[in-house]
Each structure stands twice: as structure tokens, then as C-alpha cells.
Design a protein around this ligand. Structure first.
Ligand SMILES: NC(=O)C1=CN([C@@H]2O[C@H](COP(=O)(O)OP(=O)(O)OC[C@H]3O[C@@H](n4cnc5c(N)ncnc54)[C@H](OP(=O)(O)O)[C@@H]3O)[C@@H](O)[C@H]2O)C=CC1
Ligand SMILES: Cc1cn([C@H]2C[C@H](O)[C@@H](COP(=O)(O)OP(=O)(O)O[C@H]3O[C@@H](C)C(=O)[C@@H](O)[C@H]3O)O2)c(=O)[nH]c1=O
Length: 292
């Protein structure tokens, strides 16, 4: 099974690349070989690699910067995602597209299910929502996986920011009124592979659609930070005290949803796969960083 992955050096792409082998060939391409904003490069990449399926984690992910760079965010996350989905459709192959909890407004009481109304609070979320719609319209064999709060040993993410800042400071202020689920990159990669396996085993099956796919459990950014420092302290790494604050104490250009908890039941039922709890990911990520 050959899988073409976009955005070669992104967190999720790198976690997928780690799963290359065992009868599975994972080809990750980034710019300039595959640029979402360049239709010809997308078509050429698919023609050259001849994949059985395409995974599209490439995206414009700078949440705050997107507020002042809406055109670029939409060019990549909306039009670019559509370009990949259409090129896959023209090659007769499925696409697994990665989306986000930030498509929701965050005013629901419980965890969001796939049929809940969307309502992004910022440009990034709006561009990803537009991308979801375009991908579904362009390719009848599309799976859209909404995940959240991604961290991994790779690239930039909240866990790595906490460890970096925690080296120099005894106390860190972190928002405690935004709720969600930190999800470890390698667990996302394993979930994506479960979807690829199913899509290729059962062409024409009832698997296309939107799914929520996050780790088990939930917390806040402050809770996530506390868990990071507790686990880091045990390993002799940086540790800071986390002082919980409110969103209004931490002004940012983009407004984030207060509740972006996602219910993964549908994903679990259809694909027979469940992601581990978010705390176990923190330990595994720190262990991986220690090994690096
Ligand atoms: N990070 C998170 O917390 C979350 C992410 N998601 C979604 O998951 C997916 C993966 O996220 P993550 O791995 O963290 O993302 P990263 O930001 O780590 O990686 C995104 C990659 O996309 C590439 N890219 C950007 N523009 C283009 C383009 N025009 N053509 C080709 N590649 C491009 C970037 O390349 P370059 O470095 O050159 O710009 C980068 O390598 C994304 O779709 C994101 O929206 C969902 C929920 C949470
Ligand atoms: C660094 C830092 C952040 N924060 C707050 C700001 C914000 O409300 C929250 C998260 O901050 P970040 O900017 O690191 O995370 P953010 O970029 O909002 O993360 C999002 O990225 C995109 C790509 C997604 O799709 C989302 O699922 C989500 O993971 O924590 C603090 O309170 N204290 C701090 O020291």
C-alpha cells in the first residue's frame, strides 16, 4: 500500500513517516514538489508517486497570524485542500483530510459530535471549515478527521513551548477556561493508518464522511501544562508552577473556542480504533524527546 502524504515536514506528516515499512510505503512530499496552492504540482506528484490513497495534513496552522493573513490561510486550507481532493478524485483514489476542533464556536455544554453546528471563531477555523466542505464536494471517497491540540516530538507545539519557557521561569500563566483534548501525533498517525486500511480494504464501503478523532479524556491548556511539567519533573527535566488564568487575561489576535471537546464515538464505531488517553501521550512524547 503506497500512501502519499502532503506537507512533508509537518508534525502529523513526520509521525506518519515513522510508520513507513511493514508492507506500507509512506511517501511524504513538501514544497516545492507538492504545493497545495499549485494545481500542477499536486497533479504531477500524484502521477509520479501513483499512491493508493492520499493523506492531507498540510495546512496553514498559525492561528493568530491567520487573522492578518486570511488570503494565505484560505489559499492553503480551503482552495489548496480542494485541489488535493480533486486531484485524488481524478486519479480515482480516496483522500484522508485532517481538520480541527477550531471549526466549532465552543459554546456547547458537552463534547461536540459530527452533526453539531459549526461556527469558527477565527480565520484559521473558518478556512479549515471551508476546506472540509470543498474536500467533501470534490472527492466522493473523502474521510475528514477532525483532531485537536496536536503535539509531538516534531515541529512547534504547546508541549515544546512549555518545556522551552519552563527552563527559564518558575511560574507560567496559562488559560484554564478553554477545554479540549491534547492529542499525541503518533496516535493520530496510527488512527489515520486505520482509516487508510479500511478505505483500501473496502472500496465503495460506507466509510466516507466526517469523524472526530482525539485522545481519550479532556483537560484545559492549564491542565495540559501541569501534566507536562509533572511528567518532565519525574524525568529530571524543566518544571514550572502553572498559574491558571482566564482567556481575557491572555489576549490573542484570534479568539479560541472555550469548549473544543470532541466526541470520537463515531470514529471508534466505524473504524474499530480508539486513541489512547491524552496523559499517556505526554509521557511518551517526553520519552521520545529524551531519546532524540
Ligand atoms: N497543530 C495542531 O494543534 C492541530 C492541527 N490540526 C490539523 O492537523 C493537520 C496537521 O497539523 P500539524 O502537523 O500540526 O501541522 P504543521 O504546522 O506541523 O505542518 C503543516 C505543514 O503544512 C505545510 N504547508 C503549508 N502550506 C503548504 C502548501 N501551500 N503546500 C504544501 N505544504 C504546505 C507546512 O510547510 P512549511 O513548514 O513549509 O510551511 C508544514 O510542513 C493540519 O491540517 C491542521 O490544520 C488539527 C488540530 C490541531
Ligand atoms: C504559550 C501559552 C499559551 N497560552 C494559551 C493561549 C491559547 O489560548 C492556548 C493555546 O495556545 P497555542 O497558541 O499554543 O495553541 P493554538 O495555536 O491555539 O493551538 C491550536 O492549533 C491549531 C492548529 C489547532 O488546530 C487547534 O486544535 C489547537 O491545537 O494557550 C497561555 O495561556 N500561556 C502560554 O504561555
Amino acid at each position: 500500500m503506497r500512501i502519499l502524504v502532503t506537507g512533508r515536514d509537518g508534525q502529523v506528516a513526520r509521525c506518519l513517516r515513522d510508520l513507513d515499512g511493514n508492507g506500507r510505503e509512506i511517501v511524504c512530499l513538501g514544497r516545492p514538489d507538492l504545493d497545495l496552492t499549485d494545481e500542477a504540482s499536486v497533479a504531477a506528484a500524484i502521477a509520479k508517486v501513483e499512491p493508493a490513497i492520499v493523506v492531507n495534513p498540510a495546512a496553514y496552522t498559525a492561528v493568530d497570524k491567520a487573522e492578518s493573513e486570511a488570503e494565505t490561510a484560505f489559499a492553503v486550507n480551503a482552495q489548496g485542500a480542494e485541489t488535493v481532493a480533486r486531484a485524488a478524485a481524478e486519479a480515482g483514489i480516496p483522500i484522508v483530510h485532517i481538520s480541527t476542533d477550531y471549526v466549532f464556536a465552543g459554546d456547547k455544554d458537552g463534547a461536540y459530535v459530527e452533526t453539531d453546528e459549526t461556527g469558527p471563531t477565527g480565520v484559521y477555523g473558518a478556512s479549515k471549515l471551508d476546506g472540509e466542505r470543498r474536500v467533501a464536494a470534490a472527492n466522493p471517497q473523502a474521510v475528514i478527521l477532525r483532531t485537536a491540540w496536536v503535539y509531538s516530538p516534531y515541529g512547534g507545539n504547546f508541549l515544546k513551548t512549555m518545556l522551552r519557557v519552563g527552563k527559564d521561569r518558575d511560574v507560567l500563566t496559562v488559560v484554564a477556561d478553554q477545554h479540549g483534548t491534547p492529542t499525541y501525533g503518533p496516535d493520530i498517525a496510527a488512527g489515520i493508518i486505520a482509516v487508510c486500511d479500511r478505505a483500501l480494504e473496502e472500496p465503495g464501503g460506507a466509510w466516507p464522511g466526517i469523524y472526530h478523532m482525539v485522545a481519550e479524556g479532556e483537560t484545559t491548556w492549564a491542565g495540559f501544562a501541569e501534566a507536562i511539567f509533572a511528567a518532565s519533573k519525574k524525568r529530571g527535566g524543566p518544571s514550572a508552577r502553572v498559574e491558571p488564568i482566564t482567556t481575557s487575561d491572555y489576549p490573542t489576535p484570534a479568539r479560541r473556542p472555550a469548549n473544543s471537546r470532541l466526541d470520537s464515538s463515531r470514529f471508534q464505531a466505524v473504524f474499530g480504533h480508539r486513541l489512547p488517553d491524552w496523559q499517556s501521550g505526554v509521557d511518551r512524547c517526553l520519552a521520545a524527546l529524551d531519546r532524540a
